[in-house]
Design a protein around this ligand. Sequence first.
Ligand SMILES: [Zn+2]
Ligand SMILES: [Zn+2]
Length: 199
Amino acid sequence: MDIQYPADFQKVVAFHGHVCPGVAIGYRLAKAALAALGYDNPEEGDLVTIAESDRCTVDPFQIVLGCTLGKGKLYINNTGKQAFTVGCRKSGRAVRVIQLPYNYTPENDALTRKVLAGMVSDAEYRRYRAEREARIREILTVPDAELLKVEYVEAQLPDKEMIYNSPCCEFCGEQVMEPWTRLREGKIACIRCAIAVVR
Ligand SMILES: [Zn+2]
Ligand SMILES: [Zn+2]
């Protein structure tokens, strides 16, 4: 990997598994959200992210802001936009960061489609890699104002993770957290077993 990438971006790339314009954009958006909320260290703010995309851009929020799915700090409300609301449970403040409109040139778009279809020559593939690398550098270096906008919003933050009782499903014997239990013939059932009779 290119050693000139900032250390925290390298962590993002290691987690995501490849470097791409999407993780670069997500990284810039996550950093902008953190700055707008007035934190250097995301742990201070007990942050929650509501992501409007489930693509490459979401992973930096897990690494840079610590808003992981497993900690109950990441919610996907997919609208197909590169937009993310980051809320602070401590202050109650929230910001929504959005990537400004950007379009690749029609030539670049056509080349990407050819690459995805696996129909490029070596020379074309090298050109694709070079253009992509240039775009990633551009994303990582342009001023915020050219890449994204930040708006302060009123956000209803999801409740903190709760601890639930986990009774056993009376049909398959597997444990299931209470909010996901159903009744089947008056007995506690997991969703899989309850659905088995509905079908
Ligand atoms: Zn990616
Ligand atoms: Zn069951």
